[in-house]
Design a protein around this ligand. Structure first.
Ligand code: FAD
Length: 342
């Protein structure tokens, strides 16, 4: 079935809680429904949404928003210790993670509690605690809007990178993800390299993926706002990657302020030095900073929140500009939003 609504209120369809609307909202249940849609006849532009947990609506959407309700979860059989599972793009990603963990399958547990749907997870290459969706994605099935046919992308074709993919870049707007094939493992394989998780186990070893899921969930609940209570879209900014020379200058700034023993957190990557944006924002004195109804989240400065529930897009955008300007001024680093503005 396909459901079409006009002038739909989107307040509950974006985790930031922006009070905006769209001219037309189209929700489909199956591939057949998707194939039968005549995109040219819908109010333009047409944009596909998931649960709206990585979106900042900057105003009312003048055209059509499409949403998938393809929600199946289909184990595809065993390959030695591996289990392949195909999941519909409209399924809640965390329901898939919960399913995997409860069956003792390893691979998705570090991605517990990330909001959003399976299709978007494959677009965003969502990641947390040292694991990314691209690590367990085998292939992605899509509807090609231009050719009006199904296309399959193998993992390598998806060009996964830090919170990015082919679907977010060149393929944006053309390919609608309909389902994703994941590879999970029965083999004991906890990923505990990430500091927070390692310290949660305090030298012990998790026995089951559910143990990791619980540890990750506890860490997330302590650090991140619950979208049911406080509007946000998770990490608002990407962690910037800079040159070694630039990083040395940041260390100088930090030493001049806090003495020679100060340690600037960073990770070496093949592209350069990745510096946590949260650390820079906090150093600018903006942790908990409030501007109108929006604020930098007091427990995690990488997150911008709709503090009162009454923030308008302009409030979020003004705070975004303030943070970018402060970090640029102090460290010479240009922050870029991870949250997609539409
Ligand atoms: C509290 C909180 C914590 C978060 N923590 C994390 C985290 O730890 N790690 C992380 O990576 N992210 C995190 N996020 C961000 C967010 O959860 C992810 O980006 C998620 O994948 C977005 O899913 P969605 O279904 O809400 O997609 P939306 O935000 O609705 O859309 C995201 C993008 O996917 C596209 N899209 C959606 N469905 C399809 C489809 N079927 N076909 C083609 N394109 C599609 C949209 O066009 C858009 O470009 C967090 C968000 C919140 C609110």
């Amino acid at each position: 079935m396909t459901r079409i609504e006009t002038h739909k209120d989107l307040t509950r369809r974006n985790t930031f809680g922006m009070k905006v609307s769209c001219a037309c909202f189209v929700e489909y249940d199956s591939l057949e429904d998707l194939f039968s849609l005549d995109f040219g006849e819908l109010p333009q532009p047409v944009f596909h949404v998931g649960a709206g947990s990585n979106l900042l609506f900057t105003g009312d959407w003048p055209g059509t928003l499409l949403h998938s309700c393809i929600k199946f979860l289909r184990p595809m059989g065993l390959e030695e210790d591996e289990v392949l599972v195909e999941v519909g793009a409209g399924a809640v990603f965390d329901s898939f993670v919960e399913w995997a963990c409860s069956r003792g399958l390893w691979g998705a547990e570090n991605l517990s509690l990330i909001p959003g749907e399976v299709g978007a997870a494959a677009v965003q290459n969502i990641g947390a605690y040292g694991v990314e969706a691209g690590d367990i994605i085998v292939r992605v099935n899509c509807f090609d809007r231009e050719a009006r046919e199904m296309v399959t992308f193998e993992n390598a074709d998806c060009r996964y990178g830090y919170r990015t993919s082919f679907f977010k870049e060149e393929g944006k707007g053309r390919y609608i993800i309909t389902s994703v094939l994941f590879r999970l493992s029965r083999k004991y394989n906890p990923r505990l390299e990430y500091g927070n998780i390692r310290s949660a186990f305090d030298g012990r070893q998790p026995m089951h993926p559910d143990d990791v899921r619980k540890a990750v969930s506890d860490i997330r609940k302590a650090k991140l706002p619950d979208p049911a209570e406080t509007g946000s879209a998770g990490s608002f900014f990407k962690n910037p990657v800079i040159s070694a020379e630039h990083f040395a200058r940041i260390e100088e700034v930090a030493r001049a302020e806090s003495g020679p023993d100060v340690r600037v957190p960073h990770f070496d990557t093949p592209e350069g030095v990745k510096v946590p944006a949260a650390w820079m924002i906090e150093r600018c004195g903006l942790k908990g900073f409030r501007l109108g109804d929006a604020a930098v989240y007091e427990k995690q400065p990488l997150v911008i929140v709709n503090l009162t529930g009454k923030a308008a897009p302009e409030d979020i955008l003004a705070l975004e500009r303030k943070v970018i300007a402060a970090v640029k001024d102090k460290f010479g680093v240009e922050l870029h939003p991870e949250v997609e503005h539409i």
